[in-house]
Design a protein around this ligand. Sequence first.
Ligand code: AMP
Length: 442
Amino acid sequence: MAPRFQAPRGTRDLLPEELGRWQWAEAQARGVLERYGYGEIRTPLFEDFELFARTSGESSDVVQKEMYRFKDLGERDLALRPEFTAGVLRAYLERGLGGRARIHRLWSAGPVFRYGRPQKGRYRQFSQINCELVGSPAPGADVEMITLFVDLYEVWGFRDLTVKVNTLGTPEVRRRYRDELFRRLDPYRDRLSEDSRRRLDTNPLRILDSKEGIDIALMKELRSLRADQVPWLAEMLDEDSRAHWEAVLAGLEDVGIAYEVDHSLVRGLDYYTHTTFEVHDRALGAQSALGGGGRYDGLVAELGGPPTPGVGFAIGLDRAMLVLEERGAAAPALPAGVYLAAMEATHGAALALARELRRTLAVEFDVEARGLGAQVKAAGKSGARLLVILGEEEWTRGEVAVKDLASGAQETIPRAGLAEALCARLAQAPTSGGGARRTESR
Ligand code: AMP
């Protein structure tokens, strides 16, 4: 019988055995972010709807179709965050970070929400790691961002990633290009998909990365006709935009990042200027984007702040974890610990000992106080490396029995200094098949 309640469509539960990989990945990422000098920022899961409408662009799919928008009991118009950047920049302005230092390096991680059509690698609640470098217009900031982006994937074991990069130029260049695209595509309006007909009037650039077959075919056809050629934006760059673009590419070469220029990379949100970038993985099929980002020099001003440049990215954690799992990358093993077994007479003492050992060690303990046989059996299944038995006699003598479950070697060691003694044994590589050296037996 199906359970009465199920997780809402597009959401899922992650169980402890699945979360091992996530927690390992998050810890690795945190290390990289700290070494790059990024500080964590936590913003609310929901914000004023208007904040996202302004930043993502009224015409973006995220605002048009994918927002979890709701009224609270005070009639406030709110939305669950569909991405991080808007909230981070709202906090940047509200908390006056710009007045404290010229450049801020910030990261966040957590769930984001989009009402998309669920499929493999696409959920309505998913997790991102997000980074922003606010305050610098320099191409070096773009290069640092892309390098950090790649290093995060590399620390998770991704190799040979190719970053797709593109430039959208300044807002002025982008505007001119929009007009040009409109002029070229308007005569073919009837041949565009329904979404792209709408995009033609709101944001024609989005037609370039349409996934609809008829849009892709039309663009291909138009590009192959010389007379009607649709230019790429990169062909219309002004001097400043070109200099920025070339400096970013040169920086990527200096740092040794493999990239591929993809002129159709415009990204789903409307706020990007200059550099955009993404990485993809074939294992993900249709939802192949693992993460992406770009420069957003007009965004802080759009929120009512002083003109402030910035560049950032978001990494989709669900998809990264999916790829690692499909590749069979072993989930990192938890540090093996101790199983503490007791007799009826020593159960109370074992409770206290478990508490003490847990200050430094992973300890499993039978809360049901079953017989010793059942506990020893459970220890074998538990994955613990050491079995500590509080036998009545030994305990009275101030000792415990310790069995190395990997090698089978057993010894008796003093109760005093037990935690240190166990730590030392756990730190040694396990030897199998018996015959472990006794270092402390009486
Ligand atoms: P975006 O800001 O849309 O480029 O999203 C950044 C990354 O988040 C993407 O590259 C994906 O890895 C991930 N992502 C976006 N939408 C979803 C979704 N609905 N489900 C799972 N991951 C997603």
